[in-house]
Design a binder for this molecule. Sequence first.
Ligand SMILES: [Zn+2]
Length: 468
Amino acid sequence: MLGASTVMSFYRTYRPRVLEEIDNASVRQSVELLLTKPKSQLPHAYLLSGPKGTGKTTTARVIAKLFICMKPKKNGAPCGTCAECVAIADGRYMDVLEMDAASNRGIDEIRSLRDGIALAPSLGAYKVYIIDEVHMLTNEAFNALLKTLEEPPPHAIFVLATTDPQKIPGTVVSRCQHIPFVRASTPDLMHALARIVKEEKISIDEEALTLITGNAEGSFRDAVKSLEQVSFHKGNISVAVVQKTLALSESSRRETFLAHLVAHDGGAALRDIQKLVQDGVDTKAFLVDCLIELERRLVSDVMTKKEGAIPSGLRDLVSRLTQAYGELRSSPIPQLPLELAVVEYCENKAISIKQKEINASPITSRLSPVNKTHEEINNPTAGLLTLEKLSEHWHDVIDELKPFNHSVAGVMRSTRPKDVRNGIVTIEAFYKFHQEKLSETKIKEMIGTILNKLFGEKVKVEVVLGKK
Ligand SMILES: [Zn+2]
């Protein structure tokens, strides 16, 4: 399956490896300033802070190379090509130890790190400790780290990275050279894209690149990801190509999907999911994105306390999607929990609307005139399959459908067979989006195949919209 890893390969391949390639201009200048002093006089601790996707980890590795590179350039900058530089870039150099504080919050890790620090580096003159998401450390772990920062052995260098510098004790911050990362500016993003365009020999218009950088919201990761997506286009990449691709970008997918849900257009929302799966989008990540967005709306609605602004629908949607998230791990089909959540959410609303309509209408209009349906039901069909037989085995039909398409099977649960005659099986759906979904040619064919398999009869399938 195509996943995030496939789409992110440009981002990995073209991570800045040397100082000149650091795309963030202000960061590049801060690191360049380090070249003006001999290594022995450089600070032993650095704090890189800023939003995700702005290049902190990459820069941390460039700083590590600055100390370790065996063939530095004339100005002292790392070469990026010696065995040491390459190993550091790949994260496999013995004396550059990378640690993710988000998963190692404990004091034990910091203690063992502290014990290891006393030992001399195994290869060169320096040992570099890169601690990512350092704000996640516990207070005890921070205290242990602080003791180390107070008296570091001459060979130890610390590069701490964080998205949340406010959470780091001032005592730690004061011992570090702070390099703040801001969201990438347009020239920064251009700097990053130009390098890839050149290396990959991509033919793309200047305006098309500008459109990509404009949409990246200051994130190198997003800009590079978009460039990679459009790079699959054969021939020159114009603004139109980029526009078409960006329309499929993650954020616009999410907005479209949520808009369909808010409008209770289950059919459209199911189609959105189908498209996600086709395009190899990670369903889990997509679901998390949706929940983050809904949580933001929920909180903002509650905070502003607009009258009637805390719709129970929004709450219901959040809880259904959260439940779907919990079921992801055990689901044999990644998108299934999401699809079921959509069907149930939209169905639930449809029922409550219907209920309201019924309650609001005068009793006379609720009595529909007797139609001929009942007589028709009793008419024999040309073949052996009868409505009775089909009704009796409707659950079996649904069970047989499941392995082919879970979401269709889910929709079929709220339908019933209406008529069997002249080789045509008519299914009655009670929601427009169910009827639309089941009326797709390939779905009708699939149901026909199942019916043939179960009852040994070739039939055509029709789906009508009925009233409950
Ligand atoms: Zn080197």
